[in-house]
Design a protein around this ligand. Sequence first.
Ligand SMILES: [Zn+2]
Length: 148
Amino acid sequence: MPVVIALLITASLLVFVAYPLLAGEEASAHLSTLPVDVTPQVDLKNRRLVLYENMRDLEFEYQAGKIAQEDYEALREEYTAHAARLMAASQGLLRTSPEDALIEQEVARRRNRRRQATTDYVCPKCGYENPLPVKFCGECGQKLKSRS
Ligand SMILES: [Zn+2]
């Protein structure tokens, strides 16, 4: 049973560590358009980032031989438990937050629009997907239907 719990914590830690990397540009672009007041969501995120920093520092100091093995393990366990709690709190918010539903909606809308934009410039003659709104196909010169 403790093994299962340890695995669960490890899994959520992985997600926690990987999330800022995976979230990438799209997520940060969206965040920058949100109001700047600190919502519970943002607060949790900030705390996660701080914790992440601490964990990285701990890792560095251990690698550099500045921390004894048992101190390192104790601290890491503490951080891991903390991360798991923040993670759980964050997911609790995700499930209920109406703000998040709005973000999801906006993401879907933009994705849809982008997909539409590319198909608008697909050449009817040769099938080439022109990357920009152009009047003539970049591949075969066929006149494309104008949108305006
Ligand atoms: Zn063409």
